[in-house]
Design a protein around this ligand. Structure first.
Ligand SMILES: *[C@@H]1O[C@H](CO)[C@@H](O)[C@H](O)[C@H]1NC(C)=O
Ligand SMILES: *[C@@H]1O[C@H](CO)[C@@H](O)[C@H](O)[C@H]1NC(C)=O
Ligand SMILES: *[C@@H]1O[C@H](CO)[C@@H](O)[C@H](O)[C@H]1NC(C)=O
Ligand SMILES: *[C@@H]1O[C@H](CO)[C@@H](O)[C@H](O)[C@H]1NC(C)=O
Length: 475
């Protein structure tokens, strides 16, 4: 608690030194006036940086309070204005054993709050579905990137563009089918066995959109635990093979394939009425992060409020379970729990779980939108200063590649050999959704962004974006 105020105490000293330095400079300058204005700039920058550091230090202590009141035993130790450590209480049962390093899962996790807030606030404005415009605008889009999204291509690049287009066209809308801020509230439902301890079904169904993972069943048997509403489902390739059975009972649920497509998946899609797309933000050729985190990323790219259910976030969790089948070996539960708690205290998600079920819905200990906005702006400016870049805070400062497309450009996804079921269903309704039908907030966002869509370039970082301008605002 003493740390955050340290920069503020140091500030008068800094100002005094700057003042002295400036006086000295002016004295020198009165003789050598050709250097005028040069010494003023760094001083002003330091001063602004000090303001930002103070802003972030204040924000850190808000996060610390939030973790203390919501963390179910977790505590936050502040290291500086950006870094903090989340700690599980002494004696927490750490059961996940890393055979490679011969250690149990640690009880402490260090985070950079500045980086985390920059990353996750950016997702709110991103397009997370692969589109034709992305492949067209990205310089290596078709040759390199498209090839990475097709399995069994027989080549590491799309030397035959026609072939790659054929393989992708059924899941390749011309423009983003979904929009930032399209929904007010969303529920992301994980698969944890914890879901059977509570009856969140009705609450989940009350959201504007519901996101699920892989083969999670939605039926009367589990309705009171996980609800019946289905809008989006993020699946890995293995699950995509069983699409027809997963989607049974829904012709509307949009399937977002997390990894790759290939001929076999395409032939199944041709028979389905459902919209099916490829996730854009996938981390290629590196240890894939859990599907859960990707679902949150997907939800955040279209929802204002993201409520998560069925993620293993309560203490005492020693076994990896699923609500509908025998447990599977999972990843490191303590690490995930700590990170989800951080995300909740950064206003990214709201956690719902058995140990929190009895609580009154009260989010007042989470920093407000305004506080988060200020912290984001401060973290942004500091980072730009560190890397010596201009700090004009625009949503486009990270755009590395720009492209422009006509709003009426490109076909709706599909191929000529689709089944009648698919042709006659309204899988394309998202892609043809008139601008005027969008939620007011999504329209406002579109206008504020000047009709520009933002896409990730690669990996988990969002420093490099591909930005596509839609020339005439579509009506
Ligand atoms: C490229 O792929 C198309 C579609 O599969 C095929 O008809 C054509 O023969 C291929 N071209 C070459 C040069 O292999
Ligand atoms: C820790 O968890 C393991 C695995 O579930 C269990 O066998 C053990 O008894 C637990 N230890 C304590 C102290 O709770
Ligand atoms: C996100 O979009 C909003 C407009 O809806 C804009 O004000 C904000 O600066 C953008 N933020 C980022 C990080 O791009
Ligand atoms: C098309 O979409 C509408 C609105 O979402 C829905 O009511 C209707 O059942 C859908 N039709 C088919 C054939 O899926």
């Amino acid at each position: 608690m003493t740390r955050p105020s340290a920069p503020a105490q140091r500030r008068p000293t800094v100002a005094l030194l700057l003042g002295l330095a400036l006086a000295f400079c002016l004295a020198v300058l009165s003789i050598q006036s050709s250097f005028f204005a040069a010494p003023g700039a760094p001083g002003r920058k330091l001063d602004l940086d000090a303001d930002d550091v103070r802003e972030l230090a204040g924000f850190q202590s808000r996060v610390q309070q939030c973790v203390a009141s919501r963390g179910l035993g977790l505590t936050a130790d502040i290291i500086d204005h950006c870094k903090l450590v989340l700690k599980f209480p002494e004696g927490t049962n750490s059961t996940w054993y890393n055979a490679q390093f011969k250690i149990f899962e640690p009880l402490e996790y260090k985070y950079d709050v500045c980086e985390t807030i920059l990353l996750w606030e950016q997702y709110r404005n991103m397009t997370t579905v692969l589109t034709r415009e992305y492949l067209d605008v990205r310089p290596d889009g078709w040759l390199d990137y498209a090839a990475k999204r097709i399995a069994q291509l027989g080549s590491d690049k799309c030397y035959n563009r026609t072939l790659c287009d054929e393989l992708l066209s059924i899941l390749l809308p011309a423009k983003p089918p979904f929009h930032p801020r399209q929904f007010a509230t969303c529920a992301v439902v994980g698969n944890s066995g914890d879901l059977l301890k509570t009856e969140f079904g009705q609450e989940i169904d009350a959201h504007d959109a519901v996101f699920r993972d892989n083969e999670a069943p939605v039926n009367q048997k589990y309705a009171k635990y996980v609800g019946l509403k289905r809008d989006f489902r993020l699946v890995v390739r293995g699950a995509a093979r069983n699409m027809a059975s997963i989607l049974k009972g829904s012709s509307d649920e949009a399937l977002i394939i997390k990894s790759l497509t290939h001929k076999e998946i395409n032939s199944v899609i041709k028979e389905l009425p459902n919209p099916v797309y490829l996730f854009q933000g996938i981390v290629l050729r590196r240890g894939a992060k859990g599907t859960g985190m990707k679902s949150i990323e997907l939800a955040l790219s279209m929802c204002d409020i993201v409520d998560i259910y069925g993620f293993t976030v309560d203490p005492g969790y020693t076994e990896w379970t699923r609500y509908f089948s025998a447990p599977r070996k999972g990843h490191n539960p303590l690490q995930g729990r700590a990170y989800y708690q951080l995300l909740e205290c950064l206003g990214v998600i709201r956690i719902h779980s058995p140990m929190r079920a009895q609580r009154v819905e009260d989010w007042s200990d989470i920093p407000s939108k305004e506080e988060i906005g200020k912290a984001h702006a401060a973290a942004f400016r500091l980072k730009k200063h560190e890397t010596g870049q201009p700090d004009d805070l625009t949503p486009f400062s990270n755009c590395k590649v720009w492209g422009t497309v006509d709003p009426d450009y490109g076909p709706v996804s599909g191929t000529s050999d689709m089944s009648e079921t698919r042709k006659n269903s309204n899988y394309s309704k998202w892609e043809k959704l008139p601008f005027k039908k969008l939620r007011k907030e999504a329209q406002e966002h579109h206008i504020q962004m000047g009709g520009v869509s933002l896409y990730k370039m690669d990996g988990n970082k969002l420093d490099d974006l591909v930005c596509v301008r839609h020339e005439h605002s579509s009506s």
